[in-house]
Design a protein around this ligand. Structure first.
Ligand SMILES: Nc1nc2c(ncn2[C@@H]2O[C@H](COP(=O)(O)OP(=O)(O)OP(=O)(O)O)[C@@H](O)[C@H]2O)c(=O)[nH]1
Ligand SMILES: [Mg+2]
Length: 327
């Protein structure tokens, strides 16, 4: 049986600082490990490979277009070739800054490459100095990159003002699901690439406790198993919150899931991301409307519900279990 190679995606807008971050990570990689980088460029002229020159690791370039638009054969061939030729201990993929990262993640986890790779942390590099421009926040590509990321890493830390840092922190704090890593690229550490799901989950319940002034439940967090989500309950005298995380292989029946969400309406707030038989969806209820939108999140399905008083969390979980699509 072949062992799946850990893989990471490092996204970010054009010129955000992806290559620079990967170079830092390569420089700090364990000396006994062999890392490979697949970098994709818009132009036909190979520049990025040159930018990596002198660093450690094997770099392969896939020129001539946006990775997500040329995700067919050339991408697969390049990945398979790198895996065969280099037999790396880790593969880092840097898509071009104009690419749509969700398709790349789908491809990495799809039937052709999925068995050979184990997708770990997705990092999105953000230049905080650019966050003052509303235009940047309005870019679909940027919003998708931020939504998809497990971690947000700031570049150009040496040139950022305190306002730039505030905007970066604000961006990170506004993310749902919360990021497992929010960091300054100057502190680049290979452990960022292997952020465990447990850390992400801890952050999820921390943020609920913080935002709503709740005291965390004493019960230890569960690991999710197939068709059995991890559950985190926090409660105060007046408000309670419950978060669930399902494994990414658990797939919901879209219609059944929406029906459960509609029944949950008496709650104050509901926000979730789900893998469904109709694709990945973010479903939110803000007290007025229940809205389902396509999502670029691919990591797992998760839901957070905040309600006045206590709720029958067991009953809700049972309803959600029934909404899972049968295999
Ligand atoms: N001062 C400073 N410059 C940086 C930093 N990170 C990146 N740069 C510079 O910003 C420019 C773009 O950085 P890259 O790392 O090539 O950015 P990229 O996201 O890989 O760019 P593309 O692949 O073209 O999208 C280069 O001139 C880098 O030297 C940083 O932390 N500080
Ligand atoms: Mg680059």
């Amino acid at each position: 049986m072949t062992v799946a190679v850990p893989a990471n995606v490092v996204t970010g807008l054009l010129g955000a600082g992806k290559t620079s971050l990967i170079r830092r990570l390569l420089a700090a990689s364990p000396s006994h490990e062999r890392w490979a980088v697949l970098v994709n460029e818009m132009g036909q002229v190979g520049i990025d490979e040159a930018l990596f020159a002198g660093g450690s690791g094997t770099v392969r370039e896939l020129p001539g277009g946006c990775l997500c638009c040329t995700l067919g054969v050339p991408f697969r061939v390049a990945v398979v070739d790198l895996l065969r030729r280099v037999a790396p201990d880790r593969l880092i993929i840097e898509p071009t800054g104009i690419g749509h990262p969700a398709e790349i993640v789908d491809r990495l986890q799809g039937p052709e490459l999925g068995p050979a790779l184990r997708l770990e942390t997705i990092l999105t590099v953000v230049d905080p100095r650019r966050l003052a421009e509303q235009r940047v926040h309005d870019l679909d590509v940027f919003r998708h990159q931020v939504a998809l990321a497990d971690g947000l890493v700031a570049s150009h830390g040496d040139a950022c003002t305190s306002d730039d840092w505030d905007r970066f922190r604000f961006l990170a704090a506004a993310c749902y699901p919360p990021k497992g890593l929010v960091a300054d690229g100057r502190d680049a550490d290979p452990s960022w690439l292997t952020q465990a799901g447990a850390e992400r989950r801890a952050l999820l319940s921390d943020s609920a406790a913080h935002e709503h002034d709740l005291s965390p439940d004493e019960a230890p967090a569960l690991e999710p198993a197939p068709a059995r989500p991890a559950r985190h309950v926090t409660a105060s005298r007046r408000v309670s919150a419950c978060g669930w995380i399902w494994l990414p292989d658990d797939c919901f029946d879209y219609d059944a899931l929406l029906a459960v969400m509609a029944r949950l309406r008496p709650v104050q707030r509901l926000k979730g991301v789900f893998r469904t038989d109709q694709g990945w969806y973010a479903i939110q209820y803000d007290g007025t409307d229940l809205v389902a939108e396509r999502s670029v999140w691919r990591r797992d399905s998760r839901l957070e519900v905040i309600a006045e008083g206590t709720m029958d969390w067991d009953g809700i979980e049972a309803d959600l279990l029934e909404a899972l699509a049968s295999a």
